[in-house]
Design a protein around this ligand. Structure first.
Ligand code: ZN
Ligand code: ZN
Length: 184
């Protein structure tokens, strides 16, 4: 029985897989992502599950990363239950679905948005087209972030500091970088 479901699942997954689009390539290398930002494991194998998040502001890439399923699970496990529930609820009624042409939450077209985050879910060299990929605009992300618990925001801050340490001079000259929301 289990095998039957597993086969059905595999069949379904194959149907919704397409090669990773260039929008989700690493800006740094111009190629698909190859390692998890946290554990540095290789994510190119056909069975590796991972997410990609890329944030843009005024045509400038703010950050990008790929995060493997196992690291994702660890992070999610640390986040408060209330926050996980809240996130699910906040993203429940999408205006746009499975597209990065506009914001999932408010529907504004990508071309009119100065700041936004792209989120996709992949399996090896392919991207899963099922609910994801999505684009969420900066104002919508800010609204979502406001509803997160302190515990969850601290975890996101730690993730950010660990993986995107700014140059030392940035601490003096620049205003605090905007919060990076990890949506999974
Ligand atoms: Zn990892
Ligand atoms: Zn929006």
């Amino acid at each position: 029985m289990w095998r039957y479901f597993q086969n059905k699942k595999d069949e379904f997954v194959r149907k919704i897989l397409r090669p990773v689009p260039e929008d989700f390539f690493s800006f740094e290398t111009g190629e698909p992502f190859e390692v998890c930002i946290e554990c540095k494991s290789d994510i190119t194998g056909p069975n590796s599950d991972y997410i990609i998040e890329k944030a843009w502001q005024d045509d400038e890439l703010i950050y990008e990363y790929a995060l493997c399923e196992s690291c994702c699970r660890d992070l999610r496990g640390e986040m408060s239950k209330e926050s996980m529930k809240y996130l699910k609820k906040a993203l429940r009624k999408p205006v746009l679905k499975t597209t990065i042409d506009g914001c999932r939450c408010c529907g504004l077209p990508r071309l009119e948005l100065p700041g936004y985050t792209l989120i996709g879910s992949c399996l090896g060299r392919e991207m899963i087209f099922w609910n994801v990929p999505v684009l969420i605009c900066e104002p919508c992300l800010a609204i979502i972030a406001e509803g997160l618990s302190k515990q969850t925001r601290d975890i996101m801050d730690d993730f950010e500091e660990r993986n995107f340490p700014g140059p030392p001079e940035a601490e003096i000259d620049l205003p605090k970088p905007r919060r990076k929301v990890v949506l999974m």
